[in-house]
Ligand binder design. Sequence first.
Ligand SMILES: Nc1ncnc2c1ncn2[C@@H]1O[C@H](COP(=O)(O)OP(=O)(O)OP(=O)(O)O)[C@@H](O)[C@H]1O
Ligand SMILES: [Mg+2]
Length: 246
Amino acid sequence: MRASASMVQTDSPLIHAEYNHLMSTFLRFHDLTKSYYEGDVRRVVLQNAHAEFQSGEITAILGKSGSGKSTLLNLISGIDVADGGPIWVDGQNLTALSERDCTLFRRAQIGFIFQFFNLIPTLTVGENVSLPLELNRIPHIHKGAQDLLEAVGLLDRWGTFPEKLSGGEQQRVALARALVHDPLLILADEPTGNLDEETGMQMMSLLARLARERNRTLLIVTHSLETASHADRVLRLSHGELVSER
Ligand SMILES: Nc1ncnc2c1ncn2[C@@H]1O[C@H](COP(=O)(O)OP(=O)(O)OP(=O)(O)O)[C@@H](O)[C@H]1O
Ligand SMILES: [Mg+2]
């Protein structure tokens, strides 16, 4: 549940400090570490990474291929598990939640545009976009999914299966699916990577506009400086750490 002014009924300065902090900082982590093993060889991807993201802030994350950008988004969403380091999202320590609670939290509060789309191949475009609404028992499913598909220019492909779509079309469906349930946190992994320049700019403008209108926190992994120009700030992932780009 989000903290609201009515929930703070005390004059305790400590509680007020925590409340103000939660209201401004939506996502934070520190000492975030992640390694993968290949046989006996340990490959360190994240090494004591730390960052804070404010409610409604749009942040672009740059970094070389293989630097750990997708890994970072997977950890923040709870899809993958860190070796160490707490991750606080909306006042919840994700790393302390059970797998089931983490899944429920992610389903309701996070919208993820995956680098490789991850559309469900046995569901049509319309069914893919409807799924977050169904899972979260949000009413007016058909209308909600239609509105988002119209916004990405693919309403006429409602009954099409993902394999019949181009890479860019799949990416736009993935964008619609990530936004349809109005999550508080949007994680976008190279959301314009498969789009031509003009469509990429349109999709990025849509993503940034919806995030700003709804005061949602948006992290965009990108290689495109054009895409990064929509962000409030730019971080770079380098040698396992996040550093400010400007
Ligand atoms: N499940 C895994 N098992 C083993 N190694 C992995 C796994 N996932 C990622 N890695 C390794 O972690 C490193 C970071 O991968 P990641 O996908 O996070 O990079 P990235 O910054 O997103 O790269 P790109 O820009 O190419 O998408 C890579 O060296 C990769 O091989
Ligand atoms: Mg990646």
